[in-house]
Design a protein around this ligand. Structure first.
Ligand code: CO
Length: 294
């Protein structure tokens, strides 16, 4: 009886091993030889005080994936050069992926920290596509989508905007978010998001520096609504050059100057979206999707 029991256990164990072996391997192909890494990709900024947004994102990525090293790349050549002049070496996405390959990374999730899937995001997709074709490189490179990549993100981003309004803002006061904007069709995401946010709060506007709508369009709406105060906030991952100059700077063309000349009291809040966990969480969710994708 004892022997029969042992034999049964042995058979059961054998079956378990033969069944679970290949299945387990298919579920997690990276165990053993694989070395996973994360590459966060952003335009970049030269403002040290703006970089706390990046630190927050890296921190969130580490919290979500504690075992996986986080690397950075800046897409802007000019910013990389300026950083190099001050003794800080920052890689381009291609350079960073080459370095990661040299360090033995086999599976890399590249997370775009862009706001919309515009020109820069698609450039990154092309860069990664070229590296994927290279024989003998990193085995698997996947891309995590930008902030506003689908209907679910629009809903989450609208919610994040409502959650991160300045504490002292009164409902009748305007909140004007400055997106970057682009000639790329993905620019439509800003107006789509504004429409969604305005269903909950009609005094929130999203304009852009380089796309549609610009500040004049928003000003005419403000004048219709008789708002006397506007909170100005960047709708970009960091509060860098555009936030400090085009939004809240003293130049004639800065949004603050335009609205102030029209008699509206301006209250800038210089914080990038990546500084708020409500937005960072959307990028981190996309990173998770990229890590899980087969
Ligand atoms: Co720009």
């Amino acid at each position: 009886m004892k022997h029969a029991c042992l034999a049964l256990i042995a058979i059961a164990l054998f079956l378990l091993m033969t069944v679970s072996g290949p299945l387990a391997a298919a579920d997690s192909p990276d165990t053993g030889a694989g070395k996973k890494g994360i590459l966060l990709v952003t335009f970049g900024t030269t403002f040290p005080e703006a970089r706390s947004a990046y630190e927050n994102l890296a921190e969130e990525a580490r919290r979500a994936f504690p075992e996986i090293p986080v690397h950075w790349a800046y897409t802007s050549h000019i910013i990389r050069e300026k950083m190099a002049e001050s003794g800080k070496k920052v890689h381009s996405p291609t350079q960073a992926l080459k370095k990661m390959e040299e360090k033995g990374f086999t599976h890399v999730a590249v997370q775009s920290l862009h706001t919309i899937a515009g020109q820069e995001y698609h450039d990154l997709v092309r860069t990664v596509g070229r590296l994927k074709q290279k024989p003998g490189g990193i085995k698997e490179i996947r891309i995590g989508k930008p902030l506003l990549a689908g209907p679910h993100d629009m809903k989450a981003a609208a919610q994040a905007i409502l959650e991160t309004l300045p504490e002292k803002r009164k409902p009748e006061q305007a909140v004007i978010l400055m997106g970057h904007g682009t000639h790329h069709p993905a620019n439509a995401a800003y107006a789509a998001l504004m429409w969604r946010v305005q269903l909950s709060d009609p005094n929130i506007y999203i304009g852009t520096v380089e796309g549609f709508p610009g500040p004049e369009k928003i000003l005419s709406r403000l004048q219709d609504s008789q708002t006397d105060t506007a909170w100005l906030m960047p709708f970009m991952s960091v509060a860098g050059d555009h936030a400090r100059n085009n939004l809240a700077g003293g130049q004639h063309e800065a949004w603050k100057s335009i609205f102030t000349r029209a008699g509206i009291r301006c209250r800038p809040v210089l914080k990038g979206t990546a500084e708020y966990d409500a937005f960072a969480g959307i990028w981190i969710r996309h990173l998770g999707e990229a890590m899980e994708k087969r």
